[in-house]
Design a protein. Sequence first.
Length: 318
Amino acid sequence: MSETADISKTKAWVMAARPQTLPAGASPVVVGTGLAVHDGVFAALPALAALVGALLLQVGTNFANDYYDAVRGADTEDREGFTRVTAGGLISPERVKGAMYGTFALAILLGTYLVWVGGPAIVVVGLSSVAAGIAYTGGPAPYGYRGLGDLFVFVFFGLVAVTGTYYVQAAAAISGVPPLDASLALVPLAAVVAALPAAGLSTAILVVNNIRDRETDAAAGKRTLAVMLGYRASRVEFLLLVGMAYVVPVVFALDSGFTGYVLLPLVTLPLAARLTRTVLTETSGAALNPALETTGKLLFAHSALFAVGLALQRGVLL
């Protein structure tokens, strides 16, 4: 009996961590590392630390969403998404909250090494990322309930994650810790532009989630951007985000500093097209739950191929 209970608890914690969302944490790190290889500033240990830190932030945010959505009443029996462990009574709210703080604490602990490499800029990035993960659904004024969740994902799981990954590697390649006012000089414009596909596809995951939950979120008073915009405008947002992911590689291909390998992400276009058809026509959990996982897979496949394309130099054969 206890063995069954142990298995049940293990599965419940895996559900709370939501491993299907981990591509959103890993993908921008992969892209930032690919560009670092291209620019000759690749550093393995900072890249690995950035990857683990990003995954911890993702899991911590998942715990926070599970806990705060339950205590605020946003997760009800009518919700069509994946089972939430707090609302479902699988794990007590206190334990989920404790896991949230524990996971964020681990991310901060790991961040001390990145601060040693990258200086005070990493303090700002790290603490703001943790605060944003908690305030998404927690605190007195959760911005995820005010239509700002899409912006949070775009910024922190796209722009910040890619440029931050590149930055810690570039900082490791120079002597001494860069001061705060010199940090921006280590991040080229190419890193910001390269972040856009990961930012867009990460946000597209949230858009699919919020289209699926639009009716129950509205009933619970959770004003996501999908609730505020409606189905049609939310689908337009999805199209723009996904479309941007395929325009950016073309922009890089037109730059003489990169090779045609940056067009590798275009091989995922058929998957993107099938996914888009589903999002444009469906609202049920039965259709959009698989679409949510597919968007995560698209994000990772696109990011991995883009990273390879960025890293490969002229004269290299695939």
